[in-house]
Design a protein around this ligand. Structure first.
Ligand code: ZN
Length: 420
């Protein structure tokens, strides 16, 4: 505590102020008689349980499962670290990315606190997100909730538990906080993987609101490089549609924060607009998709009307669309047992891995998407999946590396998926 005090700060004390030191973080807070806290430390936000020397920087190698990442440093060699974020994070955890680790007493010696993207840290620890939210609330920095004070964290209501019970001049307010690390093209999106639990929370808040409670959801976006927030209707259509449906009952707030290189939180917090008309229009079960397939070995495949074609081993991307029933179409492509109808069905049958990425849109974008994929990867057989359009092909060969391990491919996805 002593070290946090410097002379110049102390000279600003008013006799009526009292000092309170946060037991968890060691940060000091000045409380005026009205009990409205003032932040005295301009770089106020040394709030994460990270040593004063800052996080340990390591190179990301792989993610063997949801909870473990493999990392490397010149001193420590190769080791596993605990990943406290269940999201997919594919655009952040690219091979060679710089991880920001903190020592921990757990089974693994380190926990992943964050990762650098384009040289700037993104905080990844989902449990620490509530430390961030709490400190922003206490510093009156959450847009639209500047008057609210924290009454209690982890507040139970019925069978559910919400992150915070707040109180402002209008009364009590339930707050649920979400951590958002998915962004690109100036747009922040949530979630990056389907979250049935998150969707249920929204419905519970809406139901409580109809019973007379005030409810809010706060999306904390861990980058300053965005100018708006949208639910990720490409990845989780149900969540997006639910968010649109509950927004009249539940206050929805999105705010971006900025992390310094040492994972202290900058004081810059910005309210992010949420373009509801655009979100409502685009959160529909229609648009284009990218089917990612892997052939484990070279195969000669009979592709119906196209004849017999030799395919190299490796990853392929097929571009298609369904302006109705997109979810069902995507599920059909991933399923193995079915009648062969499209060219890609023949290739799918020989692939050992299949995953599909939606690019939902109210406009037909299949062909412009195929053209964009063609700028990154090699064109596949002529006429493959493009019998009804002028494109040379809708199949592309990516070689041995998974497309989702490639920065350029994420850039393409962001251009098509993240529209301001
Ligand atoms: Zn086309």
């Amino acid at each position: 505590m002593q070290g946090l005090f410097n002379r110049s700060t102390a000279t600003h004390f008013h006799p009526s102020l009292s000092l309170r030191v946060d037991a968890l973080t060691g940060n000091g807070w000045l409380y005026p008689p009205s009990h409205i806290p003032l932040v005295y430390n301009r770089r106020m936000m040394h709030i994460l349980p990270i040593p004063p020397s800052g996080p340990v920087r390591a190179t990301f190698l792989a993610r063997p499962n949801r909870f473990i990442v493999r990392a490397e440093t010149p001193v420590l060699g190769v080791f596993d670290a605990y990943m406290p974020n269940p999201g997919r994070l594919r655009e952040l955890l690219l091979p060679g990315a710089t991880l920001l680790l903190s020592p921990t007493a757990g089974k693994q010696p380190f926990v992943v606190a964050g990762v650098e993207r384009d040289g700037e840290p993104v905080m990844l620890h989902t449990h620490w997100n509530n430390l961030v939210a709490r400190r922003l609330l206490e510093a009156r920095l959450v847009p639209g909730l500047e008057d609210a004070e924290v009454v209690r964290a982890e507040f139970p209501v019925g069978h559910s538990r919400f992150d915070f019970l707040l109180r402002d001049p209008r009364g009590e307010l339930l707050l649920e906080v979400k951590s958002c690390t998915l962004f690109g093209n100036g747009v922040a999106m949530f979630p990056d993987a389907i979250t049935e639990r998150g969707r249920r929370h929204l419905e519970e808040l809406a139901a409580l609101s109809r019973e007379g409670r005030r409810c809010a959801v706060l999306f904390v976006v861990h980058t300053p490089r965005v100018s708006c927030f949208q639910p990720d209707y490409h990845t989780d259509l149900d969540f997006a549609q639910t968010l649109v449906a509950v927004r009249r009952d539940v206050q929805i707030v999105a705010a971006s924060v900025r992390w310094n290189a040492d994972l202290t939180l900058d004081e810059t917090v910005r309210a992010l607009p949420i373009p509801w008309p655009r979100i409502a229009r685009e959160s529909q079960d229609r648009g284009a998709y990218l089917l990612l397939l892997r052939l484990p070995e070279p195969r000669r495949i009979d592709v119906g009307g196209l004849g017999t074609i030799d395919f190299a081993a490796g990853h392929y991307i097929y571009v298609g669309s369904a302006m109705r029933g997109l979810t069902a179409r995507m599920a059909r492509h991933v399923r193995l047992r079915k009648q062969y109808h499209w060219h890609v069905d023949y290739l799918r049958a020989r692939a050992d891995r299949a995953e599909v990425l939606a690019v939902r849109s109210s406009k037909r974008e299949e062909c412009s998407l195929a053209k964009a994929v063609g700028t990154l990867f090699q064109a596949g057989p002529a006429g493959f999946g493009s019998s009804d359009c002028d494109c040379p092909t809708h199949l592309f060969y990516c070689g041995a590396a998974h497309p989702l391990d490639q920065r350029d491919f994420h850039g393409l996805l962001e251009r098509f998926r993240m529209r301001p």
